[in-house]
Design a protein around this ligand. Structure first.
Ligand code: ZN
Length: 110
């Protein structure tokens, strides 16, 4: 099968059935679009990646409640039969715990 190397994206394409022509047209369309803005701005990057130690008592208590709730669930789930599914449960529980703490940290009491 005949192929041609696209010098725009560096991918080899079949010359069969107008695929190459369609590919070139796609590059033309993309080139005519305005440049895209970055998905996140600096303020958003800081909000996501800075640590947010609680300043208000309510937030400190919320972190404690979340921690205790997840520990209770983790202990219950640790009684599941061992294996991949239990590992996934624990992993997702950790993820949920991270997001719960991030939720409090990123949205502190005013
Ligand atoms: Zn290409």
């Amino acid at each position: 099968m005949a192929t041609i190397l696209c010098h725009v994206c560096g991918i080899r394409h079949s010359t069969w059935s107008n695929a190459w022509k369609r590919h070139q047209k796609r590059h033309e369309r993309m080139a005519s679009l305005p440049p895209t803005a970055p998905i996140v701005n600096h303020e958003e990057v800081n909000r996501i990646f800075d640590s947010h130690p609680p300043e208000k008592l309510e937030d400190a208590l919320a972190h404690e409640q979340v921690t205790e709730a997840f520990k209770r669930i983790a202990i219950t789930m640790s009684n599941l039969p061992p294996g991949r599914e239990r590992s996934l449960v624990m992993t997702k529980l950790e993820e949920a715990s991270f997001y719960a703490h991030a939720c409090i940290g990123r949205n502190p009491h005013p």
